[in-house]
Design a binder for this molecule. Structure first.
Ligand SMILES: *[C@@H]1O[C@H](CO)[C@@H](O)[C@H](O)[C@H]1NC(C)=O
Ligand SMILES: *[C@@H]1O[C@H](CO)[C@@H](O)[C@H](O)[C@H]1NC(C)=O
Ligand SMILES: *[C@@H]1O[C@H](CO)[C@@H](O)[C@H](O)[C@H]1NC(C)=O
Length: 243
């Protein structure tokens, strides 16, 4: 009976009133029936051209025993969410680009390596596992999706047209929430922000310009929400500035 109820739950069927009451009862008895989760981080930022680890971990409570090796699916959800490309096992488009990092048949770590990240890889990914649990049947469980966001190296230099203007620039996935911030000797500066995009390109160019009249250390940071993703440093020589 327990396995019947649990199976229904995992398949997302609407349970009968009695099934629900029974489930609540069992839940109170055991204290923890939501035992199988697939963890994947909500966001991963990767520099274009690098190999990125797409984390996915199957988490079981102590009393769950797998009776088969879990079957792994990693999918890229295309823009419209209608088309799905398969990263694992790799479909033709991903052959040579994806490795499973832990090949152990019964490993709970289903992280994959996606090689040579490109703009077109920006988007949402889901890790899905087909699992068979002893006394609990087979079911599929998905993670909460990972959004991959891509960026290029930061370019931080004096403007070609004005050598007292310091300009920081980066290309990053469009609409991904990246932001630039420039500091001088640790203090955040008021900057002149700009964002430009070329139609049909999946990235935008973010830029910040600041006056570089004061000598010292300038730092440009690429941030995503509160996280520092990358930074670049530029020193302005005080002596030269005075000349
Ligand atoms: C998935 O998202 C839901 C709703 O935000 C959350 O309650 C749950 O803990 C998440 N699961 C995992 C495994 O991160
Ligand atoms: C899973 O594998 C990835 C890649 O090797 C690693 O970074 C991560 O720490 C592993 N997770 C656990 C829980 O061991
Ligand atoms: C060069 O940049 C500085 C600092 O922003 C500005 O005050 C100045 O007017 C600019 N000069 C020219 C020629 O645009």
């Amino acid at each position: 009976m327990l396995s019947f109820v649990l199976r229904d739950l995992h398949h997302g069927f609407i349970m009968t009133k009695w099934g629900w009451i029974l489930w609540m009862f069992l839940f109170m008895l055991s204290g923890s029936l939501s035992l199988v989760t697939v963890y994947q981080p909500p966001v991963i930022a990767a520099a274009r051209g690098v190999d990125v680890i797409m984390l996915c971990e199957l988490r079981l409570s102590q009393n769950e025993i797998m009776s088969n090796s879990p079957v792994l699916y990693w999918l890229f959800l295309e823009e419209a969410n209608t088309e799905k490309s398969r990263l694992w096992h790799p479909s033709d488009a991903y052959k040579e680009r994806v490795n499973l990092l832990d090949n152990g048949q019964n490993s709970l770590n289903k992280s994959i390596l996606l090689k040579n990240v490109q703009w077109a890889d920006s988007g949402k990914y889901v890790c899905k596992l087909s699992i068979t649990i002893k006394n609990n049947g087979s079911f599929r469980k998905s993670g909460n999706q990972t959004t991959l966001k891509v960026y290029d190296p930061i370019v931080f230099a004096l403007s070609a047209h004005n050598d007292s203007l310091l300009r920081c620039e980066v290309n990053a996935t469009r609409g991904a929430g990246f932001a630039l911030c420039v500091t001088h000797e640790g203090r955040t500066l008021q900057t002149d922000s700009a964002e430009s995009a070329v139609e049909a390109q999946p990235y935008v160019t973010l830029s910040e310009s600041v006056s570089a009249r004061k000598g010292g250390k300038y730092e440009c940071r690429l941030q995503l929400m509160e996280d520092l993703i990358a930074k670049s440093i530029f020193y302005v020589n005080q002596y030269l500035q005075l000349m």
